[in-house]
Design a binder for this molecule. Structure first.
Ligand SMILES: [Zn+2]
Length: 71
């Protein structure tokens, strides 16, 4: 039960990425959302999230990688 509760609360807090969310770099479907300390958000496709991974981890407040949840 505790695992199910944790999953539900996570889903409430995080807005799932959809096909309407596009990579800021190339316009492909975004799978990773990067939240900045300023409150801004960046969206990246799987390719660009990997390409900029080192930099993103330096500047991001939080990184939501939803690539594993999308088919
Ligand atoms: Zn991209």
């Amino acid at each position: 039960m505790s695992e199910a509760t944790l999953t539900m609360s996570t889903e409430v807090m995080e807005r799932p990425l959809t096909a309407a969310d596009r990579c800021d770099r190339c316009g492909a479907q975004a799978y990773v959302r990067v939240t900045l300390p300023s409150g801004g958000e960046l969206l990246f496709c799987a390719h660009h999230s990997k390409a900029h991974s080192a930099k993103l981890h330096q500047v991001a407040l939080r990184i939501d990688d939803q690539s594993a949840t999308l088919s």
